[in-house]
Design a protein around this ligand. Structure first.
Ligand code: COA
Length: 409
């Protein structure tokens, strides 16, 4: 057995807004969101959920899915770009809420949406090192993607957390050794200055930066994979999952990857290859993005969750190309191989159930929730939309003496 991911779980908040309702409210044709961006619904966080509660909820499910005790965890990393404090890491809040032991290395990682991949790779190196002493790592990605009412990025909002248990021996997900291709460049495509509650984004430029990074990484990935595999990347990889700020990005990304692999082909020929491979290699991973929106650090791993829901045990022995991008910018293209452990993991998955249990909110409720920072007023009003939610085990209860308060339900 080899090191890698031994369990994955997701937490999606219990409320959503339909893109059709948003389009009507903004006077925009519905098809711009449905077809142009490929999004149908977006997850909305109630006032009792935030980056910390979502992380804790996802993590507890990942621990259960791995069938381990909390005292088997020796490393806890949270990756987020929507932290709740400038100093205290989200990881510390989560560590306390979950009741994980003190003999644990706990920290937060930030690199926009790429941070989750960095955290997973750090954790894999840790379980391979002498430091882990037989223990496992818990990695969590958690974010609330909020661009602001009436902003250009508004239809690409979302929220959610994905948690992973990383072990030195697993039969579930391994990464192909040495295949990782990296890219970094200092750009201002998306950033959130200190003191600003929402990010600034140069949306179109950000898409260009993403595609430039993908082209670069595709070439390197091909070189890193020895012999025939590199030459036949498209045959070797059964599914491609891309970081998805909005669902239609999968189309732009896959076409760019195909064009990079086949530089002599015309745009029309690339579209043909895309159409041939879309149904089998891309579509099975898109449900989460369509229904939840952008979850920043966890976005590409929500695609993996969708793929597991869609394909289940048939993923055994399949190779998955993962392209992770984070603004600023950093990117990595790597290949995951799925083993027999998927059988057990697929049974534990509850992503579909989480999507089905959500409550739709009106545009007025959305405006109330996202129109201003969470205050005691929004906490009170939100009682009108409280639902009994089996997946929300940890809740945010307010701020006392400048300290955020949380509780287990
Ligand atoms: N029917 C169908 N499609 C329509 C349409 C309609 N009525 N109206 C517009 N569209 C299509 C456009 O043709 C375009 O598709 P294309 O890019 O394939 O050409 C798409 O909808 C988006 O519309 P457009 O007007 O180009 O974009 P926008 O100005 O609304 O901005 C984003 C879109 C994604 C740039 C913006 O939402 C944003 O900044 N998001 C946040 C940042 C982000 O997601 N960055 C991505 C990289 S990480």
């Amino acid at each position: 057995m080899k090191s890698g991911i031994s369990s994955i779980s997701i937490y999606i908040p219990p409320l959503y807004l339909s893109h059709d309702d948003l389009a009507d409210a903004r006077g925009i044709p519905k098809d711009k969101f449905r077809i142009g961006l490929g999004n149908i619904n977006m997850a909305i966080v109630p006032p009792w959920d935030d980056t910390v509660t979502m992380a804790a909820n996802a993590a507890e499910m990942a621990i259960e899915a791995a069938g381990i005790d909390k005292d088997e965890i020796g490393l806890l990393i949270v990756s987020t770009e929507t932290g709740v404090d400038q100093s205290k890491p989200v990881a510390s809040f989560v560590h306390g809420l979950l009741g994980i032991g003190h003999r644990t290395r706990v920290y937060e990682i930030k690199h926009a949406c790429y941070g989750g991949t960095v955290a997973i790779m750090n954790a894999i190196n840790w379980v391979k090192s002498q430091h882990h002493k037989g223990k496992k790592a818990l990695v969590i990605t958690s974010d609330v993607a909020k661009y602001g009412i009436n902003s250009l990025g508004e239809p690409t909002q979302g929220a959610g957390a994905v948690a992973f248990i990383i072990s030195d021996e697993t039969e579930f997900v391994h990464f192909l050794p040495g295949s990782n291709a990296f890219y970094s460049k200092d750009v201002h495509d998306f950033w959130r200055p200190n003191g600003s509650l929402t990010p600034m984004v140069d949306g179109k430029y950000s898409i260009d930066c993403y595609l430039e990074a993908l082209e670069f990484c595709t070439k390197d990935l091909q070189e890193n994979l020895t012999g025939e595999i590199g030459k036949k990347l498209l045959d070797f990889v059964d599914y491609f999952i891309y970081h998805l700020p909005f669902t239609r990005m999968a189309y732009k990304a896959h076409c760019k990857m195909l064009a990079t692999l086949n530089p002599s082909l015309s745009e029309e020929q690339i579209k043909e290859i895309y159409n041939d491979s879309y149904k089998e290699k891309i579509k099975p991973a898109l449900k989460g993005s369509e229904q939840v929106g952008n979850i920043y650090t966890g976005s590409v791993y929500m695609c993996l969750m969708s793929l597991i829901d869609e394909v289940g045990e048939n993923l055994i022995n399949k190779n998955i190309g993962i392209f992770s991008y984070g603004s600023g910018c950093g990117a990595e293209f790597l290949i995951a191989h799925i083993g027999r452990g998927i059988k057990q993991q697929a049974k534990q998955h509850n992503f579909k159930n989480q999507l089905m249990r959500r409550k739709k909110i009106t545009i007025e409720q959305y405006t109330e929730l996202y129109g201003e920072p969470v205050t005691s007023k929004t906490m009170m009003n939100s009682q009108a939309i409280t639902i009994d939610d089996e997946f929300s085990r940890y809740i945010f209860t307010g701020i006392k003496d400048h300290k955020r308060q949380y509780a287990k339900k």
